[in-house]
Design a protein around this ligand. Structure first.
Ligand code: SF4
Length: 445
């Protein structure tokens, strides 16, 4: 059997693509190796790249430098450069890394088996089409664990001025409900205990098709959640990522009424300043975001709301940055992903060089944002001390001589519980005995 090693950088969407690629390679007779010790460890080396920030892009190229050296000693070794940087850079990849055999963008993933056969026959190929190649029915090779990710939308139409996604992942497409439902059933049959519906903007699932009258307006995200909720068995359902302005009352009510759908919303705010949000081309202002968060909190008991923020967007003033800090505090966001602004080619914000802030200012703002984030997380965790919570165990490890079960509550809090038996994949009830910044401590009851 031929061996393949694949390294995945970036977001869950890329991890999901890797599962797809591994499924196709399985069909082609490749076996995955998880460790790359030397040039003989695998016959095919793949890097699935991310271009969300300059740092991730640089990492992709630096990772494959060593592979190029190996190929000099072993010319039959095949190297694939795929994902968002491949979609964006196309033939430029060959200039920077001439030893690569296949450059495959995100739109060509469905023709991967044919492309592999061609590079096996000695071709060098660039496949980064503007429009996506139609989906084919290949089984996925899911990463082991308790959670199965199921992509429901791909791409994005929002064109936030800082974001590369609409250029690397293309316009928004919704996958057909029958395929999603089939994948969910298969995942549950394989023993997964959690299904997470995934997309850049899951709330707009089928929105385009509905507005064109191509399908009935009931086939939306809430429909998928209700459908999955009706399946037998003990499992949980999650969804991510939500776009603030697209969260509907129907969706919130569905979370409340479906017992398997977890009390967790990831609602990226990006900035607390309405003026900055306008420059970011986000379709909401501070007040609208506040109303959405308030509504979700009022309706969904014990809900965890997480967010994303950018520090140092071009032209952001100190006052506007302080509005971000106050938003994080005021809306009691339970956790936020934070990043300093990084200009991305093709995007509108990257062309406003005259408004770029210095690295020093961005670093300082990011540190203050992270400090506020820590305070929010701790305060959020402390609320649960003394409560009994259901935890789905996903790790059993030995830490400093003590056996520990690690898992997540329905509202996505991480809980560490000392226990000597491996209960991975099981639901346990714990009493929360302590709260740290990033996790809760519990005792099994
Ligand atoms: S909603 Fe905005 S930030 Fe999110 S993927 Fe789309 S363009 Fe990027």
């Amino acid at each position: 059997m031929k061996k393949v090693y694949i390294e995945t950088l970036g977001c869950q969407m890329n991890k999901s693509d890797t599962e797809k690629i591994l499924g196709m390679l399985d069909y082609l007779g490749y076996e995955e190796v998880c460790e790359l010790k030397n040039k003989d460890s695998a016959d095919l080396l793949i890097i699935n790249t991310c271009s969300i920030r300059q740092l991730s892009e640089d990492k992709a190229y630096s990772r494959i430098g060593l592979w190029g050296k190996w190929k000099k000693d072993r010319p039959e070794l095949k190297i694939v450069f795929c994902g968002c940087v491949a979609q964006q850079d196309g033939k430029e990849v060959f200039k920077r890394a001439p030893y690569v055999d296949l450059v495959m963008g995100t739109h060509n993933i469905n023709e991967f088996p044919d492309l592999i056969k061609r590079i096996e026959n000695g071709e060098k190929i660039i496949a980064n089409d503007e429009t996506p190649i139609e989906e084919k029915d290949f089984p996925l090779k899911r990463t082991k664990g308790v959670n199965a990710w199921i992509t429901i939308t791909e791409g994005c139409d929002n064109f936030c001025t800082y974001c590369i996604v609409p250029y690397t992942r293309g316009r928004e497409r919704s996958r057909v409900p029958e395929i999603i439902i089939k994948e969910a059933k298969e995942a549950l049959e394989q023993g997964f205990k959690e299904i997470t519906l995934l997309g850049q903007n899951v709330d707009s699932y089928n929105k385009k098709e509905i507005s064109k009258g191509e399908i009935g307006k009931e086939i939306n995200l809430a429909y998928l959640l209700r459908k999955l909720n009706s399946f037998d068995g003990d499992f949980r359902i999650r969804f991510t990522t939500s776009y603030p302005a697209d969260i509907t009352d129907e969706l919130i009510d569905t979370v409340v009424n479906c017992e398997k759908v977890c009390e967790y919303f990831h609602i990226p705010m990006q900035s607390g300043s309405s003026e900055v949000l306008k420059k970011m081309n986000r379709r909401y202002d501070r007040e609208t975001y506040a109303k959405i968060v308030k509504k979700v909190r009022e309706k969904v008991k014990d809900v965890t709301i997480t967010s994303d923020f950018i520090a140092g967007f071009p032209g952001e003033t100190e006052e506007q940055f302080n509005e971000t800090l106050s938003a994080m505090r005021e809306f009691e966001l339970d956790y936020s992903n934070t990043a300093a602004y990084s200009p991305r080619r093709q995007t509108i914000a990257a062309k406003r060089e005259e408004f770029f802030l210095s690295e020093e200012v961005k670093k300082d703002r990011l540190e203050r944002l992270n400090e506020q984030n820590k305070q929010n997380c701790l305060a959020s965790n402390q609320k649960y001390i003394g409560r009994e919570m259901e935890v789905l165990v996903d790790i059993f490890l030995n830490h400093k001589g003590k056996n520990i079960l690690t898992g997540r509550t329905r509202n996505n809090k991480i809980v560490h519980t000392p226990y000597d038996k491996d209960l991975v994949g099981e639901f346990i009830t714990v009493k929360i005995t302590g709260a740290k910044t990033w996790y809760l401590k519990g005792e099994i009851i």
